[in-house]
Design a protein around this ligand. Structure first.
Ligand code: D5M
Ligand code: ZN
Ligand code: FE
Length: 481
């Protein structure tokens, strides 16, 4: 026992007081410099009342950390792909998916004034107009040669090919993702080809975000990789213990969000078994349940799958199937959702997406990298789509409806996958990449990926102010924002 604590306890005992074991636990966590003053004041107060036991309630009242019953923990699942997954088959399925994508994004862009002048690709190709015209479509080809960028767009009426000459516009064109939706202002060139004069993305308008009435906090986590040798079990346990500690911030936590890669999975990459400490999904999920069990029951836990979790690999992913862990599903404070999902936390809308598409995007887009996932997140919001590129590393299922379109604009956009905790704002939307709780793996080291694991990000849902708790002793483990 620390000498300051022993001194404070002796002081109370000598005045004829008893200390309840729960109160003792709180005292152990208090800054030693404040201990003496706290005990003296409580002893004085309770002596007046002729009550000679110091209990948990006395300390919580004194420290202002009493559980606040006015803090709400209302969760609504606003959208979840799990019940909607109705994969089509083969070519027919993909046609339905792309036509849904086009129609949804055309509706989104129709809020813009230019869209009143939108024409179908077929009609623009036959028009003999000298004026500028507007077309829209999904990008099918983007190529640059000798300072000229060629773009090919497709809409249901046909294929449009245009050339970008302007330098600045070429930079914009260079960041377009294959299969992303875009609107273009075009005109007929001298020798019958089309010139692209402007490129307009669906984007989001500036937001006045929704706020929670009470100062409830949400914790943003992802990429725990439970079951992996590299899962930081000790640090994560310490963090979970902190959630139920008397710390005033911890006391206000009402939500914990897990944005995918909750477990490491089985058979996800070659020879994975050699890097696992739990060899089955069931074992991994059981371990997760044990760890999450320490979180107080008034805290709602939302669990979304990532590319390591069971269910299916292709996007959108259904919630982790119940058959792997019944009791996790049945817990009153646990909500299982698919990837992506939109949830409302006391009215604050959070779009959760694991972030698989980031891999394809950083590979093909100049200026974007794994080190700055928030920039990729801005790109996704501008495209109003979570995973545009089809046919690369990120598998996309042939759904009849494109559930990866960002229909509804969130207040907070929560992504993980790249194992780098980072924060930013974009047009009033708080961007959170929730990092990871897995140390750098040999694979990540071999490709030069430097994660910053062990940082928990917390958001005050009334103010959207962000806090962080760092459980990694590595001084390079900085949080960038
Ligand atoms: O992925 C964690 C990070 O590591 C994520 O940014 C992708 C990257 N990663 C993982 N596997 C690969 C392969 N095979 N190629 C390229 N990049 C990869 P996680 O989802 O946790 O495995
Ligand atoms: Zn991961
Ligand atoms: Fe991942």
């Amino acid at each position: 026992m620390k000498k300051e604590l022993a001194f404070a306890l002796n002081y109370a005992l000598n005045k004829g007081f008893q200390i309840h074991p729960n109160a003792f636990k709180i005292l152990e966590d208090i800054d030693v410099k404040k201990l003496e003053k706290i005990i003296r004041e409580i002893v004085r107060e309770k002596s007046k009342q002729k009550m000679f036991q110091i209990n948990q309630d006395d300390l919580e009242t004194y420290l202002g950390i009493k559980d606040d019953p006015t803090l709400q923990n209302e969760i609504k699942v606003l959208s979840d792909p799990t019940p909607k997954i109705t994969s089509g088959e083969g070519v027919k399925g993909y046609n339905a998916l792309f036509s849904s994508r086009f129609n949804k994004l055309k509706r989104i862009i129709s809020d813009r004034p230019e869209s009143r002048m939108l024409k179908s690709i077929a009609s623009v190709k036959t028009a003999k107009s000298e004026d500028d015209m507007y077309v829209c479509g999904l990008v099918s080809i983007r190529s640059t040669e000798r300072n000229i960028t060629k773009l090919v767009l497709e809409d249901p009426s046909g294929t449009f090919e245009g050339i970008v000459f302007d330098g600045e516009l070429q930079t914009t064109a260079g960041t377009l993702l294959i299969d992303q939706f875009v609107m273009a202002r075009v005109s007929m060139g001298k020798n019958a080809g089309f010139i692209i004069k402007d490129l307009i993305l669906p984007d989001i308008p500036d937001q006045a975000s929704n706020r929670s009435e009470s100062e409830a906090y949400a914790v943003f986590l992802s990429d725990l990789h439970i079951g992996s040798k590299y899962f930081m079990e000790e640090e994560f346990t310490e963090f979970v213990d902190w959630i139920s500690s008397p710390d005033p911030v911890a006391k206000r936590i009402r939500f914990v969000l897990i944005g995918g890669d909750a477990v490491d999975g089985v058979g996800i990459y070659p020879n994975q078994d050699k890097e696992l400490v739990c060899q089955t999904i069931e074992e991994q999920l059981m371990k997760m349940e044990g760890l999450l069990d320490k979180i107080p029951k008034h805290v709602k836990i939302i669990i979304m799958p990532g590319n390591h979790d069971p269910g299916r690999r292709a996007l959108p992913q259904p919630a982790i199937p119940k058959k792997y862990n019944d009791s996790l599903w049945e817990r009153e404070n646990v909500v299982m959702v698919g990837n992506p999902a939109m949830v409302s936390l006391n009215g604050v809308k959070v779009l959760m997406f694991h972030g698989q598409s980031i891999d394809d995007i950083v590979k093909t887009t100049p200026g974007l990298s794994y080190d700055n996932p928030v920039n990729v997140m801005k790109h996704l919001l501008r495209a109003r789509h979570l995973s545009p590129i089809y046919g690369s590393q990120t598998p996309i299922a042939p759904e009849m409806e494109d559930l990866m379109v960002i229909d509804d604009i969130p207040d907070i956009f929560h992504v993980g996958h790249v194992h780098r905790a980072q924060l930013d704002m974009y047009k009033g939307v708080l961007l959170v990449n929730s990092g990871s709780w897995q140390k750098q793996t040999p694979f990540q080291a071999s490709v030069g990926m430097t994660p910053n694991p062990g940082i928990a990000l917390l958001v005050n849902l009334k103010t959207l102010q962000v806090f962080h708790e760092n459980y990694n002793s590595n001084s390079n483990n900085i949080l960038q924002s």
